[in-house]
Design a protein around this ligand. Structure first.
Ligand code: ADP
Length: 411
């Protein structure tokens, strides 16, 4: 039975709300769950407590508020050992624009700033604001903390984040590269420093976060100096359903020659491209690996393009870093697909990478560690844990006069 401080971590999407109760000291997860299809016909909630799984449907009009109410009244109500030790709520917030380079305690000014960034994340930021409002009502006594996906990349220098567009678009409208997945890149940076026995502010790594969304970051002395996502998450690597880098001339071509409207272009680039678009089969790496092994040409091509484009970015980030202490793979694909890692390192032999087949095969399903030979540039698999970072940041920002405040979480 936990007696130490717990943090409730909330991740609100447009039609979903993921929640987790985490011990910020060690990342132990006691409750996790998701409310899904919110605002749709059959919303439902699934959760697990200490590994035991439950699920039920929610009323037809359920939104984020109802999920939080269910969490408080049905899930935490008979778990006083968790509920009574909550010290803070940590919210994942996708876009903090240029205002936030760190996590912050939420107050009205922060809420206004998140509101101002709605134009930059029209699907996500409004959902985060709903979640923050609902959590404030449900837990008026607890401090709420915002942890931004963009914050880690605020250290990028101007030459990395300004597009080669008329400068007024940046100056007047904030059109620039922001980057995402910052919480994950930060987690693996800190963990890589531990594994490499280096202080965080001296570690230089290339961090490849490969999930349904994918991005890669060049980290110099513990700080992001370049990343592959841009103004939106569309830029950069090939992803599950997103295209990554394309010639912007494509947009004019689609519009003027093929009569696409803006909504069709947006749907195609975000939801019908990437692994799914190329393979005409699936956005799921596991399914594509299987199909490719059975001779499906589209699946093979999708995997080839995914790995080739990733290897090109790794090469580019070698060029911008003064040295690379390690290349790190994380995210569902990075942590589990030994095939993707093998293909990428095979492409990078000229840069001094050489896979250790045995270590690569073993680094799956949560296993952490090196996957390259002793002669090779160091290559690590590090399972990411964004929720733990959010819980840690939230616990560290708890003001001393808060109920349940426990100064030892800062140790
Ligand atoms: P999200 O961005 O939604 O958080 P994840 O980080 O969970 O995504 O990654 C999902 C991706 O990881 C999917 O493409 C899935 O196929 C892939 N993946 C998960 N397990 C494996 C595995 N054992 N082998 C290959 N790919 C895997």
């Amino acid at each position: 039975m936990p007696t130490s401080s717990q943090v409730l971590v909330l991740n609100c999407g447009s039609s979903s709300l993921k929640f987790a109760v985490i011990d910020p000291r060690n990342g132990d997860l006691s409750v996790s769950g998701i409310g899904e299809a919110l605002g749709e016909e059959e919303p439902q909630i699934k959760w697990s407590i200490h590994g035991q799984k439950f699920a039920t449907s929610l009323p037809g009009d359920a939104r984020h508020t109802e999920v939080i109410r269910f969490l408080v009244e049905q899930i935490l109500n008979d778990k006083p050992e968790l509920r009574d030790h909550l010290v803070a709520i940590g919210h994942r917030v996708v876009h903090g624009g240029e205002k936030f380079s760190h996590s912050v305690l939420i107050n009205d000014a922060v809420i206004n700033a998140i509101q101002e960034c709605v134009a930059l994340a029209p699907l996500h930021n409004p959902a985060h604001l709903q979640g923050i409002q609902a959590a404030r009502e449900a837990f008026p006594e607890l401090p709420q903390v915002a942890v931004f996906d963009t914050a880690f990349h605020q250290s990028m220098p101007r030459h990395a984040f300004v597009y080669a567009l008329p400068f007024a678009l940046y100056r007047d409208h904030g059109i620039r590269r922001y980057g995402m997945h910052g919480t994950s890149h930060r987690f693996v940076t800190e963990r890589a420093a531990e594994l490499l026995n280096l202080p965080v502010n001296e570690v230089n790594i290339i961090s490849a976060h490969l999930g349904n969304g994918a991005s890669i970051t060049a980290i110099h002395n513990g700080r992001s100096i370049d990343t592959s996502m841009g103004l939106t998450p569309l830029e950069g690597l090939v992803m599950g359903t997103r295209c990554g880098d394309v010639d912007p001339g494509l947009l004019m071509h689609l519009s003027s020659r093929l009569d696409y409207c803006m909504k069709e272009i947006s749907d195609m680039l975000n939801k019908k491209s990437g692994l799914l678009g190329i393979s005409e089969l699936s956005n799921d790496c596991r399914a594509l690996e299987q199909a490719a092994s059975e001779g499906h040409d589209g699946a093979q091509l999708a995997m080839d393009i995914f790995c080739y484009r990733l290897a090109k970015y790794i090469g580019a980030y070698h060029a911008v870093l003064p040295q690379v202490d390690a290349l790190v793979f994380t995210g569902g694909i990075g942590e589990n697909s030994s095939l993707v890692r093998e293909k990428v390192l095979g492409q990078l032999r000229g840069l001094g990478y050489e896979l250790d087949l045995g270590k690569n095969a073993r680094a799956r399903f949560g296993e952490e560690g090196p996957i390259a030979s002793d002669r090779s540039c160091v290559t690590l698999v590090i399972p990411t844990n964004e929720e733990w970072v959010i819980a840690r940041d939230a616990a560290e920002l708890v003001p001393p006069d808060t109920p349940n405040h426990d100064p030892s979480v800062r140790e």
